[in-house]
Design a protein around this ligand. Structure first.
Ligand code: FMN
Length: 177
């Protein structure tokens, strides 16, 4: 049943993103700029219904991209089980600083969002990154997906299914891989 598989996909994602070193903790996030796609790896922080939370620096290129074109794709790959999950949707940027959330981030990780120069700026040496604790550029990307394409490579037959969120309800079918 495609609906049972969908339940399984959501459970797999929920467990994976909360498990250290699980392949689903990381995903490739695609944005579009001037008709050209760009992908980058991100850490998946949370999944709640059909919204996934990602943390980033508000000065990154992806934030500029999503501000101009909200369309996005997030790709998960479990290389141990050869399972691929492609999600399609849109990204909104949540810059509302939540001090409680900020305080849950380790001091070392907080540095990623407080660099003196914006991510992508040219420097002479990797050592030459300075931090300004008082200038926090932390923000959340909220990726809301409405389409899922799932593929599992296995014998005797591969399993592929696609789902669309329509009227708040996931409709899906198995399809030819
Ligand atoms: C394993 C891994 C995890 C990453 N996680 C994040 C992340 O959660 N958020 C983020 O903004 N960048 C993350 N990055 C860095 C991005 O891939 C990217 O280099 C950076 O965000 C700048 O992207 P942009 O210039 O396309 O916006 C991660 C990179 C790797 C290799």
């Amino acid at each position: 049943m495609p609906s049972q598989l969908l339940t399984h996909i959501f459970q797999d994602l929920q467990i994976g993103i909360k498990t250290r070193n699980h392949p689903y903790r990381y995903a490739s996030l695609a944005s579009i700029s001037q008709n050209t796609p760009t992908q980058r790896m991100v850490v998946v922080r949370e999944i709640e219904e059909n919204t996934i939370t990602i943390y980033t620096d508000s000065r990154t290129k992806k934030v500029t991209d999503f501000t101009q074109n909200a369309n996005a794709s997030l790709l998960f790959y479990n290389y141990e089980q050869m399972k691929q999950i492609q999600l399609r949707g849109t990204v909104s940027i949540d810059k509302g600083a939540d001090p409680n959330l900020w305080n849950t981030i380790s001091e070392k990780a907080q540095r990623d969002y407080t660099t003196h120069l914006a991510p992508g700026s040219q420097i002479d040496h990797p050592k030459k990154v300075a931090y300004q604790k008082e200038h926090i550029h932390f923000c959340k990307l909220l990726f809301t997906f409405t389409a899922i394409d799932y593929l599992e490579i296995k014998q005797p037959h591969h399993i592929r299914a696609c789902y669309l969120l329509e009227n708040n309800h996931w409709e899906g079918n198995f399809i030819v891989p």
